[in-house]
Design a protein around this ligand. Structure first.
Ligand code: PEP
Ligand code: MN
Length: 348
């Protein structure tokens, strides 16, 4: 349910609505839009509530939200959400951004070669995994906090915000300390306690789609973060499991176009995990931007043949430069030019 306030409502009238919701054990959350001032009502609402709230002073109308997800829905928040990060980088709102870097942070040299390469090619956000969710416990698990420190140092040296995967409750404080954006991976999309804790940090969160999750489940998962009062949520389509084995996953481009319609949250596309093959990453990047993605997440390694994780889907810095050239032309062609470079870099 959403309560739409009149354009002339007073602070006291607004407070009265919040107070009444509190009395009823419901949560009210203010949604700031350009045209209307709205309060989303969260919790077990009952039909009579609509009549009651409609008669309160300062209330224009009370509308039912037809979807089970509320705060992520365009019914509640019409305009695209825009998430502001360090160095003037904005995610959402029309101009695509590119996040790039290695799957895993392996050494300072490997991170630096990848990071400086992607920055030179025009990437906006630096990625790097320090806590890795590997299928086998015998595979490289990441450098942990040491890796986070390297990532933060590279990001500040290059003037780029950074993103890293938050794998477990154990790592919330460390990841929030060193990273601008917390990535929740496909395997944790329905780790609801982790989602709530990530939300509570107030940091921007990128929620990847579970490899077997429906769009509705994905948006409901986003509610766990949003309902903690954290509006800085972006979604990431990274491919789903299907019968097809020729590619690692099946990129669901339908999902990108559909979620842009259903939700105001920025949607990022990850064709590296979506395809599993480096040579499919550029074509699927172009397709993603064409169907409306607000950005891309791309794995880049200086020497993919020797990568400790995801080498087969990683681009060399030279191939990444080609991808950026293609994405830049495509962005211009579809009227959504790629975002300006981060500010600190543009000024240097
Ligand atoms: C990653 O980004 O390296 C990763 C593990 O992603 P996903 O959760 O999509 O598999
Ligand atoms: Mn990876």
């Amino acid at each position: 349910m959403i309560v739409v306030m009149t354009t002339s409502h007073t602070d006291a009238e607004r407070t009265a609505v919040f107070d009444r919701l509190k009395e009823l054990n419901l949560q009210g959350q203010a949604i700031t839009g350009i045209e209307r001032s709205v309060i989303a009502v969260l919790g077990q609402v009952f039909p009579e509530l609509r009549d009651e709230l409609s008669t309160m002073d300062g209330v224009d109308e009370v509308l039912r939200v037809s979807k089970p997800y509320k705060l992520s829905s365009r019914e509640v928040h019409e305009q695209d959400s825009v998430i502001g990060l360090q160095h003037g980088v904005q995610v959402g709102g029309g101009r695509p951004v590119v996040m790039a870097g290695p799957c895993s942070i392996e050494t300072e040299e490997q991170l630096w070669e990848s990071a400086s390469g992607v920055q030179k090619a025009g990437a906006h956000i630096l990625r790097g995994g320090a806590f890795k969710p590997r299928s086998s416990p015998y595979s490289f698990q990441g450098l942990g906090v040491e890796g986070l420190k390297m990532l933060a140092a590279a990001g500040s040296q290059l003037g780029m915000p950074v993103i890293t995967e938050l794998l477990s409750l154990r790592d919330v404080d460390a990841c929030a300390q060193y990273s601008d954006v917390l990535q929740i991976g496909t395997r944790n999309m329905q780790n609801f306690v982790l989602l709530s804790e990530a939300g509570k940090t107030g940091k921007a969160v990128m929620l990847k789609r579970g490899m077997g999750a429906t769009i509705e489940e994905w948006l409901l998962a986003a509610e766990y973060i949003l309902s903690e009062g954290n509006p800085n949520v972006m979604l990431c389509e990274r491919g789903i499991r299907t019968f097809e084995t020729a590619t690692r996953n099946t990129m669901d481009l339908n999902a990108i176009a559909l979620v842009k319609r259903l939700s105001h949250l920025p949607v990022i596309s990850d064709p590296s995990h979506g395809t599993g093959h480096w040579y499919l990453v550029q074509p699927m990047s172009l397709a993603s931007i064409a169907v409306g993605a607000d950005g891309l997440m791309i794995e880049v390694h200086p020497n993919p043949d020797h990568a400790l994780s995801d080498g087969a889907q990683s681009l060399t810095p030279a191939n990444f430069q080609q991808l950026m050239d293609g994405v830049s032309s495509l962005g211009d062609a579809v009227g959504r030019p790629v975002a300006e470079r981060p500010q600190a870099v543009a000024q240097s």
